[in-house]
Design a protein around this ligand. Structure first.
Ligand code: ATP
Ligand code: MG
Length: 579
């Protein structure tokens, strides 16, 4: 499959924050100049995100524009947030919490969640956000692994999901309830904040002090708790500017929930450190709401995920026609491979392509990206950002060997970028195993072309081996998505005697299409023409939806386990299960 490169004009390239000259001269020391550091020494994410902007006279600029599910709307200036987070920090300190303690958050995207995140960091505690939609077991498991000292949540969630076992978590000292009233044994955040001072001296954390714990999405197995430090803010500042085109005043919308690393790194920290005006929408995806938001709020930079893009595409280009997207100047995507079809489609419908970028919970920030100044090769995740050294390698003995351009291997990163995870909680051996021959091995398979663009092939766990061919699910799925009836696709390998494995695909259809034998044959036929008989799926089955994680990733391992009648494994992050 080849897709024409989307070329950018000279003016577009010149407008980009990351020019070739900046790339060439980049050093991590120069990136540190984007930050101030604490006045008395030390580095603290929340200070970089809020207080320093206030000290520099930007307190009245809008930091957050918040939109409630019920249609309400609220604006917060940098000064407002600085004061509110100081109050929050005072509240938790007054309850005896100390630097290094872990505070968990379990809340919808309401302002208190954002205040809690940054207030926690100001006080030197470690912030750990969870998806509010998690059920009691996933919440409990993570709070146990993370030895939660405090929890911020709402009264309903507390009663329904936590009250029954709260007493069994010995580390848990404090439960703060968003709002004015709290169940017994909990503290209501509203009155506590009102009574607290809006001044707080930010704790003098050092770059290597832990700041955040993020649990991975659980796409390939039991979620791991990745520990990140305050020094990661260098990466957030830098990638916000260079990979996402953030500048002071940019109107920016990251659609991710802070329960997923993207919603914290790029839904809280990177935008505020870069002094943008960021949009927070409490509601989940709804096409008209999203299109109206982009138009009405004049969103300039939009960061979302392939699962949302596929939902937008499902509705067709007619749905976009009534809207004016002329404010948008940069659109980016992360979390799963972005099918070439989606890049081309977005370029036609929005007049700009989605720019795919790649990273993981473990990397803490964007590593490989299509940037504004780059021509986009649909299906490629772009080139390593400045300061990032990436390679394609094969494991060999105790070390690795480099792959040639065009050869598939494991994506590897040279350790040393500021936001690299510093540990997997309680899984030391697993952490150490990620580092081989001087590289951090990502567990993803990819290849690099002769111009230095990286192409995602699949997760090592998802690779299909059929009659001597190595088949990445992404390639198969991208071909299936070219069929006009297909909205989503997942490909897995099924054991078979002669071939070793054969490819089986699951597809969900766009509205207006019904499953039929004829359609199945047609889709398989298209795949055979695009991919050849050795790679094309032998069987295509229809599903209403595909199983996904809460961060929107298709769980191929679950399709496979079900297909083979094997145990389903950890399904704590499974979002919907209508199949
Ligand atoms: P787990 O590690 O628990 O199985 P996960 O890997 O899905 O879950 P995340 O850290 O949220 O957890 O996701 C990172 C992974 O998502 C990457 O390793 C990669 O497989 C995939 N990914 C992220 N961005 C892209 C992208 N642009 N293209 C292809 N894959 C991507
Ligand atoms: Mg992973």
């Amino acid at each position: 499959m080849t897709w024409a490169t989307i070329r950018k004009g000279a003016a577009e390239k010149a407008a980009a924050n990351l020019s070739e000259a900046v790339r060439r001269d980049f050093t991590w020391d120069s990136a540190r100049q984007m930050l101030d550091g604490l006045p008395g020494g030390g580095l603290n994410i929340a200070y970089e995100a809020l207080d320093r902007h206030v000290a520099a006279g930007h307190g009245s600029e809008t930091a957050i524009l918040w939109f409630g599910k019920d249609g309400s709307r609220q604006g917060f200036s940098y000064a407002d947030l600085s004061g509110q987070t100081a109050r929050f920090a005072n509240v938790i300190v007054s309850h005896g919490l100390a630097p290094g303690d872990r505070l968990f958050a379990l809340s919808d995207r309401v302002p208190a969640l954002y205040i809690a995140a940054l207030g926690t960091l100001k006080a030197g505690l470690v912030f750990t956000p969870l998806f509010s939609a998690f059920g009691p077991d996933p919440i409990r498991m993570r709070m146990e692994i993370g030895e939660a000292a405090a929890l911020v949540t709402d009264a309903g969630t507390y009663r329904r999901k936590i009250a029954a076992w709260r007493g069994e978590i010995p580390s848990l000292k404090l439960v703060l309830i968003i709002g004015d009233e709290a169940p017994e044994g909990c503290v209501a955040l509203g009155p506590a904040m009102a009574a607290a001072s809006d001044r707080f001296e930010v704790v003098a954390t050092q770059p290597e002090d832990p700041a955040l714990i993020h649990f991975t999405s659980g796409t390939t197995g039991r979620p791991k708790g990745a520990v990140h430090v305050h020094g990661a803010v260098v990466m957030h500042a830098e990638t916000g500017r260079y990979a996402l085109e953030l500048s002071p005043g940019t109107r920016y919308w990251c659609t991710a929930d802070p329960g997923w690393v993207t919603g914290t790194s790029y839904g809280i920290i990177a935008p505020l450190v870069n002094r943008v005006t960021m949009i927070v929408d409490e509601a989940d995806f709804e096409l008209e709401r999203w299109y109206s938001m982009l138009q009405r709020e004049k969103v300039e930079v939009w960061y979302t995920a392939p699962t949302a893009i596929r939902m937008i595409m499902r509705a067709g280009r007619e749905a976009a026609e009534p809207y004016d997207f002329s404010s948008l100047h940069f659109m980016a995507s992360v979390g799963e491979p972005l099918n070439p079809e989606a890049v081309v489609w977005s370029n036609e419908v929005f007049g700009r392509p989605f720019h795919d970028n790649w990273w993981q919970t473990e990397t803490g920030g964007i590593m490989i990206a299509n940037t504004r100044a780059m021509d986009v090769r649909p299906g490629s995740m772009g080139r390593p950002l400045p300061g990032v050294e990436a390679a394609i390698v094969q494991r060999q003995g105790d070390g690795v060997r480099d792959c040639r351009d065009g050869e598939i291997g494991e994506l590897a990163l040279r350790p040393g970028w500021p936001s690299m995870m510093r540990a997997y909680l309680h899984e030391d051996a697993r952490y150490k195993k990620c580092f081989v021959g001087g590289w951090y091995l990502t567990g993803d398979l990819a290849m690099r072309d002769g111009d230095g663009y990286f192409w995602f092939v699949g997760r090592a766990d998802d690779l299909i081996k059929s009659s001597g061919h190595l088949i990445g699910p992404f390639e198969v799925e991208s071909a299936l998505l070219e069929h006009p009836a297909v909205a989503e696709a997942a490909a897995i390998g099924i054991p078979e005697e002669t071939a070793g494995e054969i490819v089986k695909a699951y597809v969900a259809l766009k509205p207006g299409h019904e499953p039929s034998d004829e359609l199945e044959r047609e889709i398989r036929g298209l795949a055979r023409r695009k991919l050849g008989p050795a790679v094309a799926p032998r069987e295509v089955v229809f599903r209403k939806t595909l199983p996904k994680t809460r961060s929107g990733k298709i769980m191929r391992r679950l399709l496979k386990a079900r297909e083979l009648g094997l145990p389903e494994g950890d399904i704590s992050t499974l979002e919907s299960d209508e199949s």
